[in-house]
Design a protein around this ligand. Structure first.
Ligand code: C2E
Ligand code: CA
Ligand code: CA
Ligand code: CA
Length: 277
């Protein structure tokens, strides 16, 4: 038993060390990566039940010169910890606004882009000034740049954040509640924020036992209803099968985002796939 115990400890120590080293490396590489444009905005299509694209979510990727494509779960929390995330988010938001302006010029101002806002962004940035300046600079409608927040990003100074959200909405921005049903966003959030869009997370249906499936579906159906009562648009995220799309269309989901329709892809691939006739 003692030997087992020692093995476990060294395993955790090693894991901890690897994580710590990675954090240090990523943090020290950040500024160069940003200036050398190694961070890329990828786009994942958001579609109507018939599969017509209505917009996209901006999801960052780090195209590292040695490691190749690094997914966000490896570095977002690192940059949140080291206080750098707001610089990365500012870059991605600007990429999104730039792209929207370009699409507008090409006659595609029907499309929107949703961007993610991290907790730390609320602390480091004046988000009202940031977003209003951005849409002014690029001459786009605030309606087209949608703002995704989670409950966990709202925890500090709720009072102040509610005021900010109110101001952003009055200016014309739509607020989307991200990851609803996943633990990051809950009923509390619906109570205090009059958000425009509910993003329902289908992670809820992943890896569930057969016996729980009906129950889970009832919960999803009721959640869509709840959103409708609150006059919110519903986007179901993480749809992977036709079954899920059919069921949720029936339940009243307005839009879909998930591997069934498209994975997050580079802007070039997105335009190739969805915007060329
Ligand atoms: P999120 O905002 O919930 O984004 C949706 C995630 O679900 C994306 O992961 C997407 O690739 C994945 N996904 C989409 N459809 C499916 C599906 O059908 N099945 C499954 N299993 N997964 C699906 P991704 O791109 O790895 O991003 C992970 C998280 O990193 C995001 O979760 C978001 O919280 C954060 N993130 C990504 N980009 C940014 C960014 O620019 N800024 C900030 N602050 N956070 C970001
Ligand atoms: Ca173009
Ligand atoms: Ca999101
Ligand atoms: Ca989400």
């Amino acid at each position: 038993i003692k030997e087992d115990y020692n093995k476990k400890i060294s395993f955790y120590d090693k894991k901890f060390l690897v994580t710590a080293l990675r954090e240090k490396r990523y943090t020290s590489e950040f500024e160069v990566a940003l200036s050398k444009r190694q961070f890329k905005m990828y786009l994942q299509a958001q579609v109507t039940p018939n599969g017509n694209v209505c917009g996209a979510e901006a999801l960052v990727r780090w195209i590292h010169p040695e490691s190749g494509l690094i997914p966000p779960y490896e570095f977002i929390s690192v940059f949140e910890k080291s206080g750098l995330i707001h610089k990365l988010d500012l870059f991605i938001w600007e990429e999104a606004a730039k792209k929207l302006a370009e699409w507008k010029k090409e006659g595609r101002d029907d499309l929107h882009i949703s961007v993610n806002i991290s907790t730390k962004d609320f602390q480091h940035l004046d988000l009202f000034a940031t977003f209003t300046n951005l849409v002014r600079k690029y001459g786009i409608s605030p309606q087209k740049l949608k703002l995704e927040i989670t409950e966990s990003s709202m925890m500090l100074d709720l009072e102040k954040q509610l005021l900010l959200i109110d101001k952003l909405q009055n200016f014309g921005f739509d607020i989307e509640i991200d990851d609803f049903g996943s633990g990051y966003s809950s009923l509390n959030m619906l109570k205090s924020i009059h958000a425009n869009v509910l993003k329902l997370d289908m992670g809820f249906l992943r890896n569930i036992k057969e016996v729980d499936a009906l129950r889970a579906k009832d919960i999803l159906k009721s959640t869509v209803n709840l959103a409708k009562v609150l006059k919110m648009t519903v986007i179901t995220e993480g749809v992977e099968t036709l079954d899920q799309v059919e069921f949720l269309t029936q339940a009243g989901s307005d839009y879909f985002q998930g591997y069934y329709f498209a994975k997050p892809i580079s802007v070039g691939d997105f335009e190739e796939k969805f915007l060329k006739q």
